[in-house]
Design a protein. Structure first.
Length: 235
């Protein structure tokens, strides 16, 4: 069974869904009908249908048959995840994306954070502060990314949460290299503390301001780091 053929079949089925030939809750035609329509074998069709199911576009119900699910942002972001995680995005591009996302996420967190959200942020802030004092940049990198992810969760916006989950998976290894070269926490813990206080006091504009400042400084440092690491740069 050729991988290329499975991908082509999957794309053809997905296009049918995107064209709204079928609606959520509709049952797809039988395997025989789809095989004839797409001119593929049953094994190829089943592999393509399985991919649709894994991504959340379809479901198999008891008694037989494949049905379209009601799709939401979670499904489309699950579709985006594999491409994002395999695309060779550099650290600067990731940080620029983060800056765009996290300013508004911080504002929303200051509006929407629950007591449980704030408690989780406090724990991660203290972990970052401890890592910084001990000069442990490996642990600081992990706790730093976790703090930002917890802030996105505190926004209670499913899109911000999912996007930060993607970024979290992409960024940890390269952030460790960046922070190891930086050698110490310069001001991240300070900004984390200011943002946390704004969330505690439910001050969204102030939270957005401090996140904007924080991420702007980080992006500038990452840009310098990437330039130093690029081929042909001066040692």
């Amino acid at each position: 069974m050729a991988t290329v053929l499975v991908e082509q079949t999957y794309n053809a089925l997905l296009q049918m869904i995107m064209d709204k030939s079928y609606r959520p809750g509709d049952r797809l035609p039988s395997e025989m009908v789809l095989c004839n329509e797409l001119q593929v074998s049953r094994n190829t069709l089943r592999a393509a249908l399985n991919k649709l199911s894994v991504l959340g576009f379809t479901e198999t119900r008891q008694g037989g048959g494949t049905y379209l699910r009601e799709t939401d942002s979670e499904v489309y972001l699950n579709f985006f995840v594999p491409a994002a995680l395999t695309y060779n995005t550099n650290l600067l591009e990731i940080m620029q994306l983060r800056k765009g996302l996290e300013v508004e996420a911080a504002r929303l967190a200051a509006e929407s954070a629950t007591g449980e959200d704030i408690a989780a942020l406090r724990v991660l802030y203290e972990s970052c502060r401890k890592d910084s004092q001990q000069g442990d940049m490996g642990e600081f990198s992990n706790d730093n990314v976790d703090f930002h992810y917890a802030l996105a969760k505190a926004s209670h916006n499913a899109l911000y949460i999912k996007m930060m989950q993607i970024i979290r998976q992409m960024i940890v290894p390269v952030m460790q290299d960046f922070l190891n070269e930086q050698g110490a926490d310069i001001d991240s813990t300070f900004y984390h503390g200011m943002i946390l206080q704004c969330v505690i006091e439910h001050k969204p504009e102030e939270a957005g301001f401090f996140m904007q400042r924080h991420m702007s400084l980080v992006v500038d440092r990452v840009r310098s780091y990437v330039e130093r690491k690029s081929p042909g740069s001066e040692p």
